[in-house]
Design a protein around this ligand. Structure first.
Ligand SMILES: *[C@@H]1O[C@H](CO)[C@@H](O)[C@H](O)[C@H]1NC(C)=O
Ligand SMILES: *[C@@H]1O[C@H](CO)[C@@H](O)[C@H](O)[C@H]1NC(C)=O
Length: 387
């Protein structure tokens, strides 16, 4: 008996030291439970918006949650005019503000597309990066745009055109979150990754070492054949979500657009703070079957979490998986969040020192009964089965 309790106390201490937090819970106790679910947006229910899509979620430096989505004005299609819609929660997702439209692209033929939200915890700001004219539909060139909030997501700056610094290139950030490096190499750096046009596709990262004042081009993992029309099963890395692991490397979980090698996720790592994505650090995670979609990933206290519609053909079965080995293996037990139509998803958690903040992660995803575009849903997950 005594030995047993010493062993588990030792394990708790070890995992607390490894994860850098004095956690009340250890990864061995993980038993995620869908604790609460709320619909944040319903397509067609509000006059000015036809369809809400591409949900992002983030914590803020002040401990609020921001839910962000495209409000597509006249159709569900990717092109066309849009708003950026934001709802804000200051009570950890229990209640939400009404929708604020923080960017309005007017009547653009090929309007804005989300996007990556990145929190600068050192500066205390929230940055949102999106594209306009990404599809070059009756417009050119494509531009990479940025807005920033210094007051916890209440007000936002006017859009700034980052293509002036980055050069003109079709770049669709995320969709998901960008990261601020918490560890070396390049501690403090903002890293936002996204993809290119369908022909000139690949994973591309942009970097800022001065809290979003200036940006430069970083790592690129190009599609093959590059800048040429693709065929089924060509290598075509697309929408992506970076996370920082506890060794300071950046792991990027990527949509495998043309199903190269498998109907599963591409995973690639940067060991130098987003400057390069070496092929040696690339693998296909056959455990993460995928219908070619934008997925969610998050690293919290040494555990890697992943959400996608877990099916190799269709966007159904939104599932949460978790890994205690940085994605080398996944725990057998997965949590099905929604069996029906489900699309893009994004994850976040609060980083406070409180035991409360260690217990939850938050998911936002596209959810429907007949089609994924019907609603945007917010889910609070209790990681320890409600204990
Ligand atoms: C952004 O800057 C680029 C490069 O100067 C320019 O070509 C493009 O038209 C600008 N986009 C917008 C929306 O102003
Ligand atoms: C949902 O996903 C889980 C995890 O991949 C899988 O075991 C299950 O068979 C899936 N269900 C359906 C109906 O596809």
């Amino acid at each position: 008996m005594e030995t047993g309790s010493w062993t588990s106390a030792g394990f708790l201490l070890l995992s607390a030291l490894l994860s850098g937090c004095l956690c009340a819970y250890s990864p061995a106790q993980l038993d995620p439970l869908v604790f609460e679910e709320q619909l944040l947006w319903v397509s067609g229910a509000q006059g000015q918006v036809n369809t809400y899509r591409i949900p992002l979620i983030t914590f803020t430096p002040q401990g609020s949650l921001l839910a962000i989505a495209e409000g597509r004005k006249s159709s569900s299609g990717d092109i066309g005019a849009k708003f950026i819609a934001v709802r804000r929660s200051t009570d950890k997702g229990n209640t939400w503000s009404p929708t604020a439209f923080i960017v309005d692209d007017g009547s653009f033929t090929d309007g804005l597309n989300l996007g990556s939200v990145v929190v600068d915890e050192e500066a205390g700001s929230v940055i949102l990066i999106y594209s306009i004219c990404f599809h070059l539909y009756h417009c050119k060139p494509a531009s990479t745009m940025m807005v920033e909030s210094w007051d916890d997501g209440l007000s936002w700056s006017r859009p700034k055109n980052l293509s002036v610094q980055l050069g003109v290139k079709a770049f669709a950030p995320g969709p998901g979150f960008g990261i601020q490096k918490r560890l070396d190499p390049a501690k403090g750096r903002l890293v936002v990754c996204g993809h290119g046009t369908i022909e000139g596709d690949g994973v591309f990262c942009i970097l800022s070492d001065d809290h979003g004042e200036t940006w430069r081009n970083g790592a690129a993992l190009k599609s093959i054949p590059y800048n040429q029309p693709k065929k089924s099963q060509d290598f075509n890395p697309d929408e992506c979500q970076p996370v920082e692991l506890m060794d300071g490397s950046i792991m990027i979980n990527v949509r495998n657009q043309n199903n190269y090698h498998c109907h599963c996720r591409i995973v690639v790592r940067s060991l130098d703070g987003g400057l390069t994505l070496p092929v040696e650090e690339l693998f296909f995670d056959t455990a993460l079957i995928d219908p070619a979609v934008a997925a969610g990933a998050l690293q919290k206290d040494g555990v890697l979490y992943f959400t996608n519609p877990s099916s190799d053909q269709k966007r159904v079965n939104l599932t949460l998986r978790w890994s205690l080995t940085n994605g080398k293996t996944w725990e057998n037990k997965a949590v099905q969040i929604w069996p029906g139509p489900s699309g893009y998803s994004c994850l976040t958690s609060l980083n406070g020192d409180s035991v409360e903040d260690q217990k939850y992660i938050f998911v936002i995803y596209e959810k429907g009964h007949k089609d994924i575009i019907e609603t945007i849903s917010f889910v609070k997950i209790h990681l320890y089965g409600g204990r």
